[in-house]
Design a protein around this ligand. Structure first.
Ligand SMILES: Nc1ncnc2c1ncn2[C@@H]1O[C@H](COP(=O)(O)OP(=O)(O)OP(=O)(O)O)[C@@H](O)[C@H]1O
Ligand SMILES: [Mg+2]
Length: 415
């Protein structure tokens, strides 16, 4: 039997919860034997930031990145290890250019998805730059903001074309709110987007490689209560459609770790936000779904490295557009065709076989971990770091309850 060692790098910002979980699970899992009899041995290391030679050989086989969207040195390091060394990345910085919402809206509109009507308007306050002033004086067209809003129709949302974390997002009901929000937008480039008013349900799906979890979400709740435990909140068809949309977006842009927000009204699925370089996987947000997310992240990392899956950064947009342009297919048929391309890209079937045959013991290991003292310490530490002191007891009990429910359900599932 031959052994092969793999180092997984975590490139991190301020998070402690999921990285500790990831490290614990990989440690408990131990070596993974593939069908050919090779034993894959895993180690996880947090990536540090330091000078690097462009010709140096990195020690990592795969890096999960949560930092490079904001910091340039690690971003350039990721580009180097991708281009020169084929290190597998979740996500690749080469996808960042389309990580704003705008590119994703454009692509998904072209593919025929129900993206609400959206208009991009120029900056309220242009960049303070002599050359820009000249260009603006000569070429900027005056425009009628009210006329744009009326064409879209109220209510609408004004939001940064590249936003995240609700920053600068506002709901607009009339002209006064429109002008107020636009004045406030300053130098941020804004979309005006038709609101999906009175939607029935908000589904937020988190995709990690070949797996997608669709969760019921309520943006009006405080952070700890946004996701609720709900298993059949969508009918089977709408659930499958939501999975297809998330997987399509990810395969299209080569994102491997991303969340997708969809609003469902009268059976129509409207995708509104699906470009997230760094999707929220905090235990205090995901609670019941946290073990699923950690399992998917570990399994996908192991699958990619043990099978030698090659990263692919070249987009395959033409194959999707060819389907979009067919006049003999309706929306459902196109979505099914996109789904087939996306499943193929993520090797969904091969991944499922790999998990079933090579990681058969994995679910049991994670269940034991969630029920053990190490996980409880992680939970307690995270609550203490996240909430004010007078709320600690309440939230520790709250999260223990939710994770206890997960463990019970998992016992039932595993028989
Ligand atoms: N077209 C729309 N129709 C209805 N609600 C919308 C629409 N666009 C945005 N919203 C609401 O505003 C919230 C924030 O918008 P959006 O997700 O686009 O911004 P964000 O800054 O990426 O937020 P987050 O980081 O929480 O995802 C959404 O979760 C949703 O509740
Ligand atoms: Mg959002």
């Amino acid at each position: 039997m031959t052994d092969k060692s793999h180092l997984i790098g975590l490139l991190l910002g301020t998070e402690e919860d999921w990285p500790s979980a990831f490290e614990s699970i990989v440690r408990r899992l131990g070596p993974v034997e593939d069908a050919a009899g090779t034993r894959h041995i895993y180690d996880v290391e947090r990536v540090t930031i330091e000078p690097f030679e462009l010709r140096a050989t990195p020690r990592h086989d795969l890096v999960i990145d949560r930092l490079a969207y904001w910091y340039y040195l690690p971003r350039e390091w990721l580009k180097k290890i991708a281009l020169m060394d084929d290190v597998y990345l979740l996500n690749s910085p080469f996808t960042f250019q389309s990580m704003e919402k705008h590119a994703a809206y454009c692509a998904m509109m072209r593919l025929g998805l129900h993206v609400p009507d959206t208009t991009l308007v120029p900056f309220k306050n242009p960049p303070d730059h002599a050359k820009y002033a000249y260009t603006a004086a000569h070429y900027n067209q005056p425009f009628d903001l009210d006329a744009i809003a009326e064409k879209i129709g109220y209510p609408l949302f004004m939001k940064p074309y590249d936003g995240g974390a609700w920053v600068g997002v506002s709901q607009i009901r009339d002209s006064a709110e429109l002008h107020h929000a636009y004045d406030e937008s300053g130098q941020r480039l804004m979309h005006l987007q038709k609101a999906v008013a009175g939607y029935d349900v908000f589904a937020r799906s988190l995709s990690i490689g070949a797996e997608t979890m669709v969760m019921k979400f309520d943006p009006d709740q405080p952070m700890h209560a946004r996701y609720s435990i709900a298993h059949d909140f969508l009918d089977a068809e709408t659930g499958a459609e939501t999975v297809s949309i998330g997987r399509l977006v990810n395969a299209f842009f080569r994102w491997e770790f991303n969340s997708c927000e969809t609003l469902i009204r009268d059976g129509v699925v409207y995708p509104i936000d699906y470009a997230n370089a760094c999707p929220d996987v905090a235990i205090t947000s995901l609670h019941y779904y946290f073990p699923w997310a950690m399992k998917a992240l570990v399994k996908w990392s192991i699958f990619c490295t043990a099978t030698g899956r090659k990263p692919r950064y070249d987009l395959d947009t033409r194959r999707y557009f060819d389907i979009a342009e067919r006049t003999d297919l309706d929306y459902d048929e196109k979505l099914a065709a996109y789904r087939a391309l996306a499943d193929d890209y993520f090797e969904v079937e091969r991944y499922a076989d790999f998990c079933a045959s090579r990681l058969a013991h994995f679910d049991g290991i994670v269940l034991e971990w969630v029920e053990g003292a190490e996980f409880d310490r992680l939970l307690v530490n995270t609550v203490q770091d996240t909430f004010p002191a007078h709320e600690h007891d309440e939230f520790i009990a709250h999260y223990r309850g939710l994770l206890g429910t997960w463990a019970q359900d998992e016992h039932t599932r595993l028989g």
